[in-house]
Design a protein around this ligand. Structure first.
Ligand code: GLA
Length: 401
């Protein structure tokens, strides 16, 4: 079967200039793609679709790590490092065109290698979120995984995809600029069966969307659940809490958890609870409510069951009324983890030199539900050799008056 992974990279137009910096600039003329943010706001310094490569450092494996800077002509800029496929920064304009980095992260590779316990910006694999007791059974065989979040396996294990150096290929067409990351996970890596060929394609478009297209194929039956673990603060990274951000999640249900944050298996209604974000609500408005699930999670740390079936659908919308920045999240995934940054404890120093404390950013991780390999009533995460794992998530930015 021809898989998307082996298809030719039609859009690739890369030119390597010297060894240190790679620059791709589109010959777009003056038109570009129209979008809801197509008018340059005052203060916004319009550039052109462009990708640059810089050396970022050396990973513990000895591999060179690069940083790719993707820019569009509507004031959006994304920096991605090949270590963990991490979105290191994501700069978008406010309602006056002032650009600011809205993604939490670190300023250097050592910090990502040594202290990225929050998984800032990283690609998560092979399995986003938790697998109970570090084990699952597939086709009658039980697989043991390393336990890194006692008693469970979290985010693919201690040496998950967030720690790997990904191969990178820049890509570009008339209306977007992209980076295609690939990584082959060997059979048995972090306990998971099958050799998994993985590709994550980041695309920055002219309408201020960052698209993430995840593809994987396997040599043996396995389980897969990939996501990106960016934390957002739409007022700007390092500017305090996101309590006054307004959040809408298109979900009538969520999956309550036990004391180790493993879903109980219940699909609960959000109606009448602090988990109801069907209409926009300030994140901080009910976070100190005594609902037992907020006590268990130390705040929000729950998977939402998205309304709307298959296909790319609006999942969540986050609005910072002060700056006017709005983030729309669309996904083909059935769930989204809303994590209100509960474990940020003031011990990490972020990109701009400020410490991160609880709720200084929030993550909205599109995904299949946590612990699906052990939960019969959840959508399946099994991938078989004749299938292609193929999911898409979009972070689209706009502004509001
Ligand atoms: C996910 C989990 C949280 C926490 C963070 C990383 O969002 O659900 O419990 O582990 O990752 O800190």
């Amino acid at each position: 079967m021809q898989t998307a992974l082996s298809s030719p990279k039609k859009s690739l137009r890369a030119v390597l200039v010297g060894s240190a910096v790679l620059v791709l600039a589109a010959s777009l003329g003056t038109g570009g793609a129209a979008g809801s943010v197509s008018r340059a706001a005052p203060g916004c310094n319009r550039g052109s679709l462009n990708i640059e490569r810089h050396r970022y450092g050396t990973a513990p494996s000895g591999a060179t790590v690069h940083l790719y800077k993707l820019t569009n002509s509507h004031c959006m800029r994304v920096k991605i490092i090949t270590y963990g496929g991490i979105i290191q920064s994501l700069s978008v304009p406010n309602r006056n065109g002032r650009t600011r980095n809205v993604a939490l992260g670190f300023s250097n590779l050592d910090d990502y290698v040594e202290q990225n316990d929050p998984y800032f910006g990283a690609i998560i694999g092979r399995y986003a979120n938790r697998i109970a007791n570090g084990e699952f059974t597939l086709d009658g065989v039980t697989y043991e995984l390393p336990v890194n979040n006692d008693p469970n396996t979290l985010h693919g294990g201690p040496k998950g995809f967030h720690t790997k150096v990904w191969d990178a290929q820049p890509a570009q067409d008339a209306n977007s600029v992209g980076l295609e990351l690939s990584y082959t996970s060997r059979d048995g890596e972090q306990g998971f069966p099958g050799r998994l060929e993985t590709e994550v394609r980041y695309t920055l478009t002219e309408n201020n969307a960052l698209r993430m297209h995840y593809l994987a194929t396997t040599s043996q039956p396995t389980v897969v659940n990939l996501t990106n673990h960016s934390y957002f603060n739409l007022g700007g990274e390092g500017t305090g809490t996101i309590y006054d951000h307004r959040l809408k999640i298109n979900a009538n249900h969520y999956t309550p958890v036990d004391s180790t944050l493993i879903p109980t298996g219940r699909i609960a209604r959000v109606a009448g609870t602090p988990f109801d974000f069907r209409t926009p609500k300030a994140v901080g408005a009910r976070i100190r409510n005594s609902h037992p699930q907020l006590l268990t999670g130390l705040g929000y740390d729950h998977n939402y069951v998205l309304n709307g079936g298959q296909g790319l659908k609006p999942a969540a919308r986050l609005t910072d009324t002060k700056s006017g920045r709005v983030l729309h999240i669309l996904t083909t995934e059935p769930g989204i983890q809303f994590y209100s940054g509960n474990f940020l404890d003031g011990t990490l120093i972020g990109t701009s030199g400020h410490t991160y404390r609880q709720s200084d950013g929030l993550a909205l991780e599109t995904q299949h539900y946590p612990d699906s390999p052990n939960q019969r009533n959840f959508p399946s995460t099994v991938l078989r050799p004749n299938e292609t794992y193929d999911t898409t998530t979009v972070f689209k930015f706009s502004t509001t008056g």
